[in-house]
Ligand binder design. Structure first.
Ligand code: GLV
Length: 326
């Protein structure tokens, strides 16, 4: 059934601005109410729209909790436009018979590209260099100026060897890095052979890696996975890259570790209390800070919106969504 031609097209609420391709698909399936501001919609504005919504398209800045779901008693699907869905209470959705979907796959390459960009920016001190030039201070080339760390033969420890972790490791191999990883289950034999990757307990990975890159989901188990003890166990020459979720790292402990030289540097795309950034990080030269840009390419954001829309269309038709969470 094409729901758009039925007499009472289902209402679809889109809580934030998404690319047109996704909206077009949604419009073919129902009456779309979409917030069009660049900032997230105020929660009470969204709440008012939810009462008769059959489907809700959410962003990672929305908290889909009992309060949100109480306001959406007719919702059949929550389609999160993100691969991470820690902002959605999946158990509460399941208990109410609400399907949850996310957008895996389509943002793998973009996020892995950014992880490598951050890895290079921190190990080669690009942020510091840019700040120096922009400061207008006098400078000249020097044999010992802003020396960084080469990557050839260095060990990259990937925490979370899913699609993005594997794509990041694949790129790092091209830079001559050796790959170790920590994951609940072993990667496929194909991946282990292709990347010559070894699976290690987290402690061993942290103690031996020159760069640690986080790619695990944020859950109760991974909250502050990288805490003061974990940071203290890393090499003082090591770098930390986080393109996953902020609260996986205890940000205050990271500020201390960067400040007292317990690790050499870090590069962050995500923050514990996003969008707030620990003020201590702003004062440090050995950390590169990006504003959650992992999937921020035109192609990727379009693909994410379209995949979220296809999930909605499928559920409204009574079909299984392409990328279900529950
Ligand atoms: C971005 O952070 C995502 O989870 O898609």
């Amino acid at each position: 059934m094409n729901t758009s031609t039925s007499k009472n097209p289902p209402k679809i609420v889109v809580t934030g601005r998404i690319p047109e391709g996704g909206l077009d698909l949604l419009r073919s399936a129902g009456d779309v109410w979409a917030w069009s501001g660049d900032d997230p919609a105020p929660r009470d504005v969204v709440r008012d729209q939810l009462a008769d919504a059959k489907a809700v398209v959410t962003l990672l800045s929305d908290q889909v909790d009992d309060d949100f779901l109480d306001a959406a008693p007719n919702a059949r699907v929550v389609a999160n436009v993100a691969v991470g869905y820690n902002n959605v209470d999946v158990d509460a959705c399941t208990a109410r018979g609400v399907r949850v979907t996310n957008t895996p796959g389509v943002l793998t390459e973009a996020t892995a590209d950014l992880a490598i960009g951050l890895l290079l920016a921190s190990t080669r001190r690009l942020g510091e260099g840019e700040r120096l030039i922009r400061s207008g201070a006098e400078w000249k080339w020097g044999m010992f100026m802003m020396l960084g760390t080469g990557l050839q033969g260095r060990q990259l420890g990937i925490v979370g060897m899913g699609e993005i972790g594997t794509a990041t490791a694949t790129r790092a191999r091209a830079f001559g890095m050796d790959i170790v990883y920590h994951n609940r289950s072993a990667a496929s034999a194909e991946v282990e052979q292709r990347l010559e990757a070894r699976r290690l307990p987290l402690d061993d990975l942290l103690a031996g890696s020159d760069v640690v890159s986080l790619h695990c989901p944020y859950t109760a188990e991974t909250h502050h996975l990288i805490d003061a003890d974990a940071l203290a166990s890393m090499k003082s020459s090591a770098y930390l890259v986080n393109t996953a979720r902020g609260p996986i790292v205890e940000e205050a402990a990271l500020v201390d570790a960067l400040g007292d030289g317990a690790i050499a540097g870090a590069a962050l795309d995500v923050y514990e209390h996003e969008p707030d950034v620990h003020p201590g990080l702003l004062d440090l030269d050995n950390v590169v800070l990006a504003p959650h840009l992992g999937s921020a390419t035109v192609e990727t954001r379009t693909a994410m919106a379209e995949l979220a829309a296809r999930n909605v269309v499928a559920v409204l038709r009574g079909d299984d969504p392409p990328t279900p969470v529950n």
